[in-house]
Design a protein around this ligand. Structure first.
Ligand code: ATP
Ligand code: FE2
Length: 329
């Protein structure tokens, strides 16, 4: 089965072609800024400007004609309304032109399923660390349950906000990671450590970091180092608690922040200490990508999900992971 996946939940417009379990192409274009963050209408404009080219690239690279596509899958939830709408419109238009069935899928669950497909994890706890989403998710009792999550902003947005504050531009994660490598590893700067059960909070840490930055008493590299050590430890603690609670011995990483080598190292140490297995997808499947949307559409369609009706196919910016009906497991 050949599936065209379309991703547009936030800053990335992506298109991918998969043929069953083979990813034939996985193209993307990322909205970036030199300074300042994401304004929804500007990101949507970016997606409108590049969507045709990215889809054409995905088809050409896979050597597939749109006429041979059996299913179109787009991300319908959760995300920024302005940008979700673009993927939804593209999918509907292609459906209208070529009479190809189409389905809208949940982006968060797609992160977990592409991890299982590409790394071989079977029943993991997913530590999902992306820009907007920070959740610890596992399959339990017929649904994907959220065992822990951020109570305010996502970990990536937190990192990007600090990066923006110190004028690094967007996305800030990779730049903070680079600076952190040059930080003093002998001395951890004291930052608030905010874990509540399996939930986390970042707002206070951000304020604290900004105050420390403004005081000019600290080197930026040292602040970046301590930022990473603190918030990654918080995430690993909640993931470990969820693994113990659900009695699962696999940890899967997902989301753009999981590209961070220090986070991966901390996850590996925790898993080794409890005799669990760590699964880390390739970077192209960690960040927002359309291959995972294609794969999610494929497994749902093969499990009996019907094509959406063009009249009712819509977006659900606030749909939560545990509200998704799971037909495919
Ligand atoms: P979602 O829609 O799933 O919430 P997202 O739209 O924010 O995700 P992702 O591509 O999953 O998109 O993640 C982007 C985030 O990952 C950004 O906040 C970026 O700064 C962060 N990031 C990317 N690389 C790194 C890195 N090496 N270290 C830390 N953070 C990173
Ligand atoms: Fe994502």
């Amino acid at each position: 089965m050949i599936v065209l996946g379309i991703e547009s939940t936030a800053h990335t417009f992506g298109a991918a072609i998969i043929k069953d379990r083979d990813v034939l192409s996985n193209e993307r274009d990322l909205f970036t800024t030199e300074e300042g963050g994401m304004k929804p209408f500007e990101v949507a404009q970016h997606h409108v400007a590049c969507c045709d080219e990215i889809i054409k690239k995905a088809l050409d690279k896979a050597n597939v004609s749109i006429k041979n596509v059996d299913l179109i899958s787009y991300s319908s939830s959760p995300g920024i309304g302005h940008t979700l709408r673009i993927g939804n419109m593209v999918a509907k238009s292609l459906h209208a032109l070529h009479n190809i069935p189409f389905v809208g899928v949940n982006h968060c669950i797609a992160h977990l399923e592409i991890g299982d497909m590409t790394t071989g994890s079977k029943d993991p706890v997913l530590l999902y660390c992306s820009g907007a989403n920070t959740q610890v998710i596992a399959y339990d009792g017929g649904k994907y349950r959220i065992f822990g999550e951020t109570l305010d902003i996502g970990i990536g947005n937190f990192i990007d906000s600090f990066a923006r504050y110190i004028k690094l531009g967007f996305p800030g994660g990779p730049k903070i990671e680079k600076l952190a490598l040059e930080g003093n590893k002998e001395e951890l700067i004291d930052l608030p450590y905010c874990v509540k059960g399996m939930d986390v909070v970042f707002g206070g840490i951000l304020t604290n970091l900004k105050t420390k930055y403004n005081s000019k008493e600290y080197k930026v590299e040292d602040l970046c180092y301590s930022l990473q050590e603190t918030v990654f430890a918080m995430m690993i603690e909640t993931a470990e608690r969820a693994m113990a609670h659900c009695d699962k011995n696999e940890l899967l990483l997902g989301g753009g922040v999981a590209c961070n080598k220090r986070l991966q190292e901390m996850a590996r140490t925790m898993c080794e200490e409890r005799g669990a297995k760590l699964f880390v997808p390739e970077n192209q499947f960690l960040v927002d990508n359309a291959a995972m949307i294609a794969w999610q559409g494929l497994i749902e369609f093969q499990a009996g999900r019907k094509s959406d009706e063009a009249e009712t196919a819509t977006i659900q910016p606030y749909l939560r992971t545990d509200e998704v009906e799971v037909l495919w497991r």
